[in-house]
Ligand binder design. Structure first.
Ligand code: ADP
Length: 160
């Protein structure tokens, strides 16, 4: 079985991520969407909140599994008996970081490939950080995040 791991912060999941996931299930037998807890990043949603937002927004997609992990992505990928890491690529600005990370992961485990899907141009501008900025000031996010995510963002910023 060909399994791919789509790791990310998903803080929170956007329609850009969902577009990548929906396209990936056409290419692989199983897509594991795995929330990665990056201690170097400031997350607005906890790991549990991010996982539960994934559950309400993407668990209806066939062949998708939702999980979370800490530590090296390559170790996690191996533990899942997956063959590849999936990442989405937006503008040129994504390239350098993704290139570095893919090269380092190859260095760590030569048997695991990183595969990139180009963003749908409709979502090329979209990032979780931009979504958080807009949510902070009460902007309408209807077209860019699923409804449960928009609600969770509103609640989070009300609490703050
Ligand atoms: P990370 O913190 O690991 O970059 P993100 O949750 O921001 O995690 O993104 C996970 C992956 O999804 C990354 O490969 C990122 O480039 C990709 N991605 C994010 N937003 C989009 C989008 N709008 N279109 C396509 N890919 C995207």
């Amino acid at each position: 079985m060909d399994t791919v791991v789509y790791p990310g912060s998903f803080d929170p999941i956007t329609k850009g991520h969902i577009n990548i996931i929906k396209r990936a299930v056409n290419l692989f037998d199983e897509v594991i969407v795995a929330v990665f807890n990056n201690p170097n990043k400031d997350h607005i949603f906890s790991m549990e909140e991010r996982v539960s937002l994934l559950k309400v927004t993407i668990s209806d997609i066939d062949k998708v599994k939702i999980d979370s992990f800490t530590g090296l992505t390559t170790n996690y990928v191996k533990s899942q008996k997956a063959k590849a890491i999936l990442r989405g690529l937006r503008a040129v600005s994504d390239f350098e970081g993704e290139f570095q990370m893919a090269s380092m992961n190859k260095e760590l485990d030569d048997s695991i490939e990183t595969i990139f899907l180009m963003t749908d141009t409709k979502y090329a501008f979209l990032s979780s950080s931009l979504v958080k900025e807009v949510a902070k000031f009460g902007g309408n996010l209807n077209n860019v995040v699923p409804e449960p995510v928009e609600k969770a963002l509103q609640k989070k910023f009300k609490e703050q």
